[in-house]
Design a binder for this molecule. Structure first.
Ligand SMILES: [Zn+2]
Ligand SMILES: [Zn+2]
Length: 231
């Protein structure tokens, strides 16, 4: 049989949902990687008996093949399979779900899951395979909490830590200054919207005229935040 990666529906314990199983055919030798429950194919005999060309997913044993596998399997099962293939000295590739860059097995060891959800029971489902660079861009520099996206951080700090800094009494003046800038920004946005509603044909010039003030207020806000968050 040709070299290939096989993914099939395994698992199936009582009261538990099924889980994807994987294995690899390498130089006519069957090597199970994730082989569980009633659907297990732990031996060559079990593989020959249960292999189903229609229902199973088959991928080329190559970096291109593992990238296809990534699209059909949950991230944690994918990582487990890839690390096993790497142990077998097979070249693998995977794509960061944030930046979409392509990486090899070495980078996989430094990768992270961007999110974790419960599976309805005691298990945890890890999703969103991301590279180390994207993971650190999403991670709060104060508490190491990983946000859903880098946009959720303020100067690299998560919303909880921003709130905690605001509640610190020694930052009272900064919080007041921040509120003033925010109020100015809100007022400018409101006035601009009103003006454009009344004179739609002047939208472009009005936006251009507001730009300087917007930039100045944004800079002010950032400066205050930098002091507040001590970054
Ligand atoms: Zn990335
Ligand atoms: Zn934080």
């Amino acid at each position: 049989m040709d070299n290939m990666i096989v993914q099939w529906r395994g698992g199936g314990y009582d009261g538990c949902f099924w889980e994807p199983n994987t294995g690899v055919m390498l130089e006519d030798k069957w090597i199970p990687i994730i082989s569980t429950g009633r659907g297990a194919r732990d031996t060559r005999e079990a593989f020959d008996r249960d292999f189903d060309e229609e229902a199973d997913y088959v991928f080329e044993l190559s970096p291109a093949g593992t990238m296809e596998l990534q699209d059909t399997i949950r991230a944690d099962f994918f990582v487990h399979t890839l690390l096993a293939l790497d142990e077998l000295e097979q070249a693998v590739a995977w794509k960061c779900e944030d930046c979409e860059k392509i990486f090899d097995a070495d980078c996989l060891r430094e990768s992270s899951f961007g999110s974790y959800t419960g599976d309805g029971g005691i298990g945890i489902i890890s999703e969103d395979l991301i590279c180390s660079e994207c993971a650190s861009a999403r991670t709060c520099s104060r508490c190491d909490h990983m946000a859903g996206s880098a946009d959720e951080l303020t100067l690299g700090v998560c919303e909880y830590c921003v709130e905690a800094a605001k509640e610190d009494e020694s930052n009272e003046q900064l919080v007041l200054a921040l509120e003033c800038v925010k109020a100015d920004e809100d007022r400018l946005t409101r006035e601009l919207a009103m003006y454009i509603e009344l004179m739609p044909h002047k939208q472009e010039s009005a936006e251009l005229a507001a730009k300087d003030t917007q930039t100045r207020l944004a800079d002010e806000r950032n400066e205050i935040l930098e002091q507040l968050l001590d970054v």
